[in-house]
Ligand binder design. Structure first.
Ligand code: BGC
Length: 452
């Protein structure tokens, strides 16, 4: 693998509900996901995150794995319901203590902690009060952000506000396949604005409490028309607005993209109040980019959503059935660079990885050549984008240990480390050794490194 820039950060990413378990321990309150997983038929085989990878108890073992990998940085999320079980008010000290210990252990291992404040586990009492359909949730999010930065900003410099607000809106509130399970279709659009407002208010609160750098993470996907017909090109453009632009234009350009494909006229979303866009578009220090694959779109006449997704033929697929298209990542980074120009802050790939049907062999080792090939291809795509002038500063592989994959339960294994679902024991896979060697080689090649 050719050399990445010297200050490039090598990491892995996780999310609280997918790994922590201990769902009712030490004062943690219920989140929308605790509620959702209990609804029959929502999660494959009725799996829950009650235990997950048991990271809440095994965090020291996980930090030791990360230290052994030689990571520069670790992206994890903080469970809001551990900090404010009722969704507001004074913090739960046991919750704060957990992230305090984790932060100190990471720093002692030479790993930079990069917390995300919200990776989908909204406290249930906030959902009961309207969730992301309510403006008040944006203010509550800012108070929670302030609590966290007050506690950790002496040791944590880089903060991520939201993870993939598009998925919250689309899967959680429009289609009902994620928590909180609402099927509001286009009536879910206020959740776009209130999440963005939550980001903006949290940006202010974090900085006021001493945070050095604030970012947001979105998931992006190049929108490929299914054919060269004008209708399919229009469908792809409409999808591009919804997934790629609606959560980024307001932050980087201070305005919403044209939402006429969704029946929203010049006046914009009715929930936008004077001054909101100024709050939302305050500068950020980085943009988190999650990439898994492009999306192929065809026209769908007479439907509230003016597109339908189609499979992309001709590529290998992951266990999830997602096509493996590394060139989609360089295309995407190029698109962001072109679209936002000087307004694009430094980019961090905050998630990228693949699920595979990994199984231990009789000797106990886990061979996952498909994952190695996937990561190798996507890292080369990042290098292509850097060579083309995009300022990419880090890569966080998704994910360290196989974990709870939302609606799919434990069926999709994305980890560098295999999780035994009976014992919760961890076995590094072949991709773990590959990533470790890659990081060591990259570190050794850095200017000023003793090994050069
Ligand atoms: C999410 C992760 C998820 C991953 C794989 C991303 O959309 O942020 O929580 O596990 O994709 O599906």
């Amino acid at each position: 693998m050719p050399a990445f820039p010297d200050r490039f950060a090598w990491g892995v990413a996780t999310a609280a509900y997918q790994i922590e378990g201990a769902a009712a321990q030490d004062g943690r309150g219920p989140s929308v996901w605790d509620t959702f997983v209990r609804q029959p038929g929502k999660i494959r085989d009725g799996h829950t995150g009650d235990v997950a990878t048991d990271h809440y108890h095994r965090w020291a073992e996980d930090v030791a794995l990360m230290k052994d990998l030689g990571l520069d940085a670790y992206r994890f999320s903080i469970a809001w319901p551990r900090i404010q079980p009722a969704g507001n008010g004074e913090p739960n000290h046991a919750g704060l203590d957990f992230y305090d210990r984790l932060t100190d252990a990471l720093l002692a291992a030479g790993i930079k902690p990069v917390p995300t404040l919200y990776h989908w586990d909204l406290p249930q009492p906030i959902e009961d009060a309207g969730g992301w359909l309510s403006r008040d949730t944006a203010h509550r999010f800012a108070s929670y952000a302030q609590i966290m930065a007050t506690r950790l900003s002496d040791r944590v410099g880089q903060w991520i506000t939201l993870n993939e607000p598009f998925v919250v809106t689309a899967y959680g509130y429009a289609l009902g396949i994620h928590a909180p399970g609402k099927s509001l279709m286009l009536d879910a659009l206020p959740t776009v604005h209130y999440q963005l407002l939550g980001h903006g208010l949290a940006n202010q609160a974090l900085r006021a409490a001493g945070a050095a750098e604030v970012m947001i993470t979105n998931n992006y996907s190049p929108a490929w028309p299914a054919s060269s017909s004008a209708a399919d090109i229009e469908a792809a453009a409409a999808y591009d607005v919804l997934q790629n632009r609606i959560f980024t234009d307001p932050i980087l350009l201070g305005e919403y993209p044209d939402l006429s494909a969704y029946g929203i006229g010049e006046a914009g979303l009715p929930c936008i109040a004077d001054g909101d866009l100024a709050v939302i578009s305050a500068p950020v220090d980085g943009l988190g980019v999650n990439y898994y694959s492009p999306t192929r779109l065809a026209a769908l006449p007479d439907s509230p959503l003016p597109f339908q997704m189609q499979p992309i033929p001709g590529y290998q697929t992951t266990a999830f059935g997602w096509p493996v298209i590394p060139a989609g990542l360089s295309e995407l980074l190029g698109l962001l660079h072109e679209r936002y120009g000087d307004r694009l802050p430094p980019v961090y790939i905050t998630e990228n990885g693949c699920s595979q049907d990994d199984k231990p062999s009789p000797d106990g080792t886990v061979s996952d050549p498909g994952r190695i090939e996937y990561l190798d291809g996507h890292l080369r795509a990042v290098l292509d984008a850097i060579a083309a002038g995009v300022d990419v500063r880090g890569y966080f592989q998704w994910t360290l240990v196989d974990n709870f994959e939302w609606s799919e339960g434990y069926h999709q294994r994305f980890g560098l480390v295999y999780l035994d679902l009976e014992t919760r024991n961890r076995t590094p896979k072949a991709s773990y050794a590959w990533y470790k060697n890659l990081i060591a080689a990259q570190h050794a090649g850095r200017a000023g490194s003793a090994a050069v």
